[in-house]
Design a protein around this ligand. Sequence first.
Ligand SMILES: Nc1ncnc2c1ncn2[C@@H]1O[C@H](COP(=O)(O)OP(=O)(O)OP(=O)(O)O)[C@@H](O)[C@H]1O
Ligand SMILES: [Mg+2]
Length: 251
Amino acid sequence: MGSILEVRDVSHRFGGLQVLKGVSFDVAPGSITGLIGPNGAGKSTLFNIISGFLTPSVGDIVFLGQTTTDRGIAARSRAGLQRTFQTPQVFRDLTVRENLVAGCHMRGRTGVLEAFFGLPNVRREMADARRRADEIIERFDLGPWREIPAGELPAGRQRMVELARAVMCEPKLLCLDEPSSGLSTTEVQTLMETLERLNADGMTVLLVSHDMKLMEVTSMVHALCFGEIIASGSLHAMRESPRVREAYLGT
Ligand SMILES: Nc1ncnc2c1ncn2[C@@H]1O[C@H](COP(=O)(O)OP(=O)(O)OP(=O)(O)O)[C@@H](O)[C@H]1O
Ligand SMILES: [Mg+2]
């Protein structure tokens, strides 16, 4: 089978600042693929381009064999691509459970009018969503906080809510930007186990992180430096790579 995601010769500039230069790589279906690189390398910019928050100056994003460069965020989400943010984005005033139910709304086939009039299939869909939310809440150890507004939770827990909400949409490809920042050592361990379990269940993951412990879940890593891929391989190979060491240490 081909790639689930192809980044094809993507370049991007903000005004006069060239942030990405001819970036190309593939994400194999069923993999946990990592993207590493020093601060300002362009990782989040690339994520914004992959998820449709930015249109690249040059190049294409191909998702499931279809060029999606010009498709919007919602269309990509419906096609099975979800992302989380470097700063966790939750609905602060909604409870943990409501956050998850809101997250899966886009999956539903119910129209706006049906939802407004509360027709039976709406009620069924909502009940399904709540049941799924409860399952995922248990999987993510969020049970004790189910009825708490997400904005009142510590940053690490908000991150888990954001991740759980993305998982509610049953993405084929889940893109995570620094998911372990703000997490304790135990929470990182839980995150790693969760990602491995999701992956075993068939979810492909693209992971951006500075956290080399977390990166141990990856099977393939691409190193980005000043907007260019400078090395690709296993995490072990990246650790040994003189180019990667030089990029990080500046020596
Ligand atoms: N909206 C923007 N306008 C102008 N410059 C930007 C914008 N967003 C990012 N940049 C610049 O683009 C470069 C790459 O930023 P980006 O956030 O993609 O890096 P990163 O690899 O995610 O870094 P970090 O590891 O710190 O998260 C940086 O020099 C940054 O200042
Ligand atoms: Mg970033």
